[in-house]
Design a protein around this ligand. Structure first.
Ligand SMILES: O=P(O)(O)OC[C@H]1O[C@H](O)[C@H](O)[C@@H](O)[C@@H]1O
Length: 641
């Protein structure tokens, strides 16, 4: 199959001292004016494994990278444009020059395996921006279009379509530089399947799920399905999709099904078909400011919890760090209407190059940044989100971090006050101290399950269905979902619960800012040493003998288990759902297979460095028999005794 596509380059000379090139690809109707400030020319070349697409000719070396990667970067503007008229306006307004080229490109066949590699648990993830060595673009526009069409077909089957009322799918994205291009491609894919598209623009992942539940015709809600374009905290060149219906996020099996459908759709794409989907996308496309509805619901929730006070956070100083992701709305649209002072908030503007720090509450630099902001501004509380706002963490006025086990302890305390005795479902890497805190101090039940936000949420739902009451499913990563909030995995809602606590304490006359939160985690035992090491499996190593990294990892775990059983100083955890969890030397370790990568993450906690080394040595002696496993991080750790 071959296709001839008209490509148009739009380039603009910014007044930044550098030339930045923006592109418009008319054959696919995409406007990538949300481009990065690259200091080099882009050229029209076929994408890796893709149909006719745009490529960047020079390497990443000349690109301005985020501070934590190399250097300072200027923030790119994001232009929203969907047709040539808009582009022309843009050109005249912004002094952009314009050139066109005709390219004839063979449309390559994409192997099923390549598509299936885009699955990442219950998400789709790939490379959307070229230029990083060894990371060719996999999430091209036609691939994206095929995936969105496949989701639409899957959805139509699920919802048993009534032909008189086409289904509606909402599409939103985080702040990534590839967001606009992919949003357009997703929209075309949905439209080509005969469904209606509602674009939300910059949005959070939980808001997208929420749009399947909201009942409000004015906002074209509820939608039948939702697609969030995000790759969470991954580097700027990646992107991906999360899919929702009113039953929640799609699971692994559904994603596999969608990718299988996408292969067939992709391989039957024709250029005429792509042009048609472009037209259809324009006909069916609507835009809605859904985030205003979502944020006003968050505001209402806090007001209600405080006894219908209009400004229950009046006088509280809360700083927000959105890490230049999609969470900047929280300061202006949630905290300010509630009366909070938000000065000192930082990195609220979306910037897909993440120039300040990785938007990830698990990241040490990110937590340091929000802690510093709290201390410098003498704020009562700090709040930090990941890129797409499904994860969060907080910092109290003394600079104490509420992330990982401490965030779970805080949320458990809040939820157990409301639902005494309830079961708290967490991921597998939580500490023994947390179990004691939930069970002995709070009177709840700790169900330490597996890693993966979808796993913990599904497990909490399952427990309720078999008669065990659970109101909270939460991971050390900062993902958390409450039963009262439809099991919506929402970092912003977690923070709303924290704010409720502050507001209700204030309403009942308790002063002291965030001390009320600090007091709630009083008694949580925390280890002196807490470490996570990620041991990589070399998939090309001959020791794998043609087997998968999963089989290899399982063999490592089996051998470790045998070692533990023959060592009287170590005790296997009596109840465990993932990997090998062992107590010993006053601490514990867990070795397990990563959900996504050819990696065995090793977590351990101990009362002293010496004890941690003893735990490390126990693991090291078992895993040394596996030459394909890179144990250098562990070896280094145990040598530091
Ligand atoms: O298994 P790992 O590689 O440690 O990754 C586990 C993590 O993967 C993703 O980030 C998911 O969003 C998390 O819910 C999960 O905990």
């Amino acid at each position: 199959m071959a296709a001839t596509v008209l490509n148009v380059i739009v380039a603009k000379n910014w007044q930044l001292g550098t030339n930045e090139y923006y592109s418009y690809h008319s054959g696919r109707d995409c406007c990538s004016a949300a481009a990065a400030p690259y200091n080099h020319h882009r050229n029209l070349l076929p994408f890796h494994g893709g149909k006719t697409l745009l490529a960047w000719r020079s390497g990443i070396s000349s690109m301005h990278l985020p501070k934590y990667q190399t250097a300072f970067v200027k923030r790119p503007s994001i232009y929203y444009c969907n047709d040539l008229a808009a582009i022309t306006t843009l050109i005249s307004q912004k002094n952009i020059f314009f050139s066109a080229a005709l390219s004839t490109t063979a449309v390559p066949y994409i192997d099923k395996v390549d598509f299936m590699k885009l699955q990442n648990g219950s998400d789709i993830r790939g490379v959307a921006v070229p230029g990083v060595e060894g990371e060719p673009v996999t999430l091209t526009e036609p691939v994206t279009e095929a995936i969105a069409a496949a989701f639409s077909a899957w959805l139509s089957e699920k919802k048993k379509v009534d032909a008189s009322k086409p289904l509606k799918v909402s599409v939103g994205h985080d702040s990534r530089i590839s967001a606009q291009v992919l949003q357009d491609a997703v929209s075309r894919g949905i439209a080509s399947a005969g469904l209606n598209v509602v674009q939300y623009g910059l949005a959070s992942t939980p808001a997208m799920f929420n749009s399947t539940l909201t009942e409000d015709e004015a906002f074209l809600c509820p939608v039948d399905g939702a697609i969030m374009i995000t790759a969470s905290h991954l580097p700027y060149n990646r992107n991906g999709f999360k899919f929702f219906t009113n039953a929640g996020g799609l699971g692994k099996a559904d994603i596999k099904n969608i990718l299988e459908r996408a292969v067939d759709i992709y391989n039957s794409l024709t250029d005429e078909g792509l042009m048609k989907s472009k037209r259809e996308a324009f006909e069916s496309l609507k835009r809605v400011d859904y985030m205003s509805m979502y944020t006003s619901d968050l505001v209402k929730a806090v007001r209600k919890a405080a006894g219908n006070i209009e400004k229950p956070l009046e006088g509280f100083h809360v700083v927000v760090d959105a890490g230049n992701g999609a969470g900047g709305f929280f300061a202006e649209k949630v905290l300010q209407p509630l009366g909070a002072i938000t000065s000192g908030s930082q990195f609220l503007e979306p910037d897909g190059l993440f120039p300040n720090h990785i938007p990830n509450p698990e990241d040490k630099t990110a937590m340091k940044a929000i802690t510093q902001a709290v201390l410098e501004n003498k704020a009562d509380l700090g709040i930090i989100f990941d890129t797409d706002v499904d994860r969060s963490a907080a910092v109290d006025s003394s600079g104490r971090e509420f992330n990982r086990n401490r965030l779970i302890a805080l949320m458990s305390a809040i939820v157990l006050e409301e639902h005494p005795g309830t079961t708290i479902v967490t991921d597998s890497v939580t500490s023994d101290g947390l179990t004691m805190f939930i069970e002995n101090k709070l009177g709840g039940k700790h169900h330490r399950f597996k890693r993966g936000y979808k796993n913990v949420i599904d497990e909490a739902v399952r427990l309720n269905s078999v008669g065990e009451e659970s109101h909270l499913a939460i991971e050390t990563s900062g993902h958390g979902a409450l039963k009262e909030n439809h099991w919506l995995d929402d970092g912003a809602y977690l923070m709303v619960k924290v704010l409720n606590k502050l507001a209700s304490a204030r309403a009942s006359g308790i002063a002291g800012g965030s001390k009320v939160l600090t007091d709630l985690v009083e008694g949580l035992q925390e280890p002196k040493v807490a470490v996570e090491l990620r041991l990589k499996i070399d998939q090309n190593h001959p020791d794998l003998k043609g087997g998968s990294f999963r089989e290899y990892g399982e063999a490592v775990l089996k051998l470790l288990e045998n070692h533990v059983e023959s060592d009287p100083k170590l005790q296997k955890a009596p109840v465990n759902y993932e990997g090998v969890r062992v107590s010993g030397f006053g601490g514990w370790f867990l070795l397990r297979l990563s959900l996504h990568d050819p990696v065995l993450p090793l977590n351990f906690e101990a009362p002293s460095h010496e004890d941690a080394v003893k735990l490390g040595l126990a693991v090291a002696s078992a895993v040394k028999e596996f030459p394909a496993l890179d144990t250098s991080a562990l070896d280094k750790f145990v040598q530091t005794s």
